[in-house]
Unconditional design. Structure first.
Length: 119
């Protein structure tokens, strides 16, 4: 198994989904796998489900996830302080990101271009 990534926090009333609960085997981290999976999920969200917004969230100390989300073209919306518990019981701040439907065509083109490059 390579890993997992999925939709969560689906809010049909405002046509918003979040993408997350992502993990990948070390052998495919920082490869084309995450970008390809996210491209498929975003394409389905915007072009099939008609979403207005796709969102992501991550721990403020998870710099690798923040960088991966930013490489996808998502915009940093802000930080929710004291938002959730970590597994170790400490309280974390959460960094929120989003991509709006009007931004999708340019982001999609950039992702397709980057995935088309030889690896």
């Amino acid at each position: 198994m390579l890993g997992c990534t999925s939709y969560h926090d689906i809010v049909a009333a405002v046509k918003r989904v979040e993408i997350g609960w992502t993990w990948y085997a070390k052998s495919v981290q920082r490869s084309h796998v995450n970008s390809t999976c996210k491209l498929l999920l975003m394409t389905h969200a915007f072009e099939v489900l008609g979403c207005h917004v796709v969102g992501w969230r991550t721990d403020n100390f998870n710099f690798a996830s923040q960088a991966a989300i930013e490489r996808l073209g998502a915009k940093k919306d802000g930080i929710i302080r004291g938002h959730a518990l970590r597994r170790d019981g400490t309280i974390r701040d959460t960094v929120m990101y989003s991509l709006r439907s009007g931004e999708w065509p340019e982001v999609k083109a950039q992702l397709l271009h980057s995935l088309d490059k030889p690896r």
